[in-house]
Design a protein around this ligand. Structure first.
Ligand SMILES: [Zn+2]
Length: 326
């Protein structure tokens, strides 16, 4: 900014001299100007952004991009959640329904999530990307793929067993081990007073009382794995392994008509009822063992199967030989 030069009369010298504004005055004027322009800019900025609500074009563009990315991310996140939930439902159904049907152990969480953790398998990714969100997404995708892989392997296994479903249906101990017309249910599964000591004890099976010599039948197809004789405990006993996690025990027998290793069929006579071992009176002590745990045998056969219907399913022996039913 240029000012007009001002001349003033010097009354002592009577000469016109150039008027000089003192430096301090000039500086303070400049400072006031500076303050004024700052204030003017602030007012302008406030008016622009606050009052009219306007934004710089670049900010607008970035904001749009952000909203767009954010909605895409949310969509992905939702899909991710849905996939994970669907997979978890499949796992639950697999563990609680499909695998137990075929007597398979449920897959533990450890197995289902095998291979996660431990060595950092994402080191190479961390080198090329510094976005924690991206890395996290990749890791979670990886977990889903692995779980899905384990799940599909489990289905393969279940599928193979499903093909053996027919065989399994023949193996499960599903018929009464003795004709119910000739036997009385004299003791249930569960806690009871011990017939000898009177103390409360777990009864691991059921007792079916009848006449000495009453035929005892294998409740399902299987292999004889134990044939024992004892003066105590179970007395004469037979254990049949039916596969698929099932075993049955027949105790206090009189005669045992099979030996270890014999393959027996459902309804095949394996013994006769007796009173051997720790027993008061002629009865069969019958146990169903599923995966090494005693379960209630009454849950495994229909108590209404009687008479001809039952006799059509079993093959009593005459003098140690099977009678032909064919
Ligand atoms: Zn018993």
């Amino acid at each position: 900014m240029f000012r007009k030069k001002r001349y003033e009369l010097n009354e002592q010298t009577l000469a016109y001299e150039l008027h000089r504004t003192p430096l301090a005055t000039r500086f303070s004027r400049g400072f006031v100007l500076f303050l004024f322009s700052v204030a003017a800019f602030a007012c302008y900025y406030l008016l622009f952004t606050q009052y009219f609500g306007l934004e710089a074009p670049k900010t607008i563009l970035l904001k749009q991009k952000y909203v767009e990315l954010n909605s895409k991310y949310e969509l992905l996140e939702r899909k991710f959640g849905q996939s994970n939930q669907a997979l978890e439902e499949l796992q639950m159904r697999d563990n609680n329904i499909y695998r137990p049907i075929f007597g398979m152990e449920e897959l533990s969480q450890d197995v289902r999530e095998a291979g996660f953790g431990g060595v950092n398998r994402y080191a190479h990714l961390e080198m090329v990307s510094n976005s924690p969100a991206l890395l996290d997404a990749v890791k979670r995708m990886d977990v889903i793929y692995k779980k899905a892989f384990v799940q599909s392997r489990s289905y393969d296994e279940v599928g193979l067993l499903a093909k053996r479903a027919d065989e399994m249906a023949q193996c499960v101990p599903a018929i009464p081990p003795v004709a119910l017309d000739n036997a009385r249910l004299s003791s249930l599964f569960g806690y009871r007073k011990d017939p000898f000591s009177g103390a409360l004890r777990m009864h691991q099976g059921i007792d079916l009382s009848g006449n000495k010599g009453e035929p005892i039948y294998a409740a399902g197809n299987g292999t004889v794995v134990e044939v024992r004789s004892s003066f105590f405990g179970y007395g004469r006993e037979i254990v049949v392994d039916h596969g698929f996690g099932y075993k049955t025990r027949y105790a206090h027998l009189q005669k045992m008509l099979v030996k270890v290793g014999d393959v027996v069929e459902r309804g095949e006579q394996i013994a006769t009822m007796g009173n051997t071992g720790k027993s008061k009176g002629v009865h069969l002590h019958y146990e169903v063992i599923y995966r090494d745990r005693r379960v209630n045998p009454l849950n495994y056969y229909n108590q209404d199967i009687k008479g001809d219907e039952y006799m059509a399913m079993v093959r009593p022996r005459v003098n140690g030989e099977h009678t032909s039913v064919i």
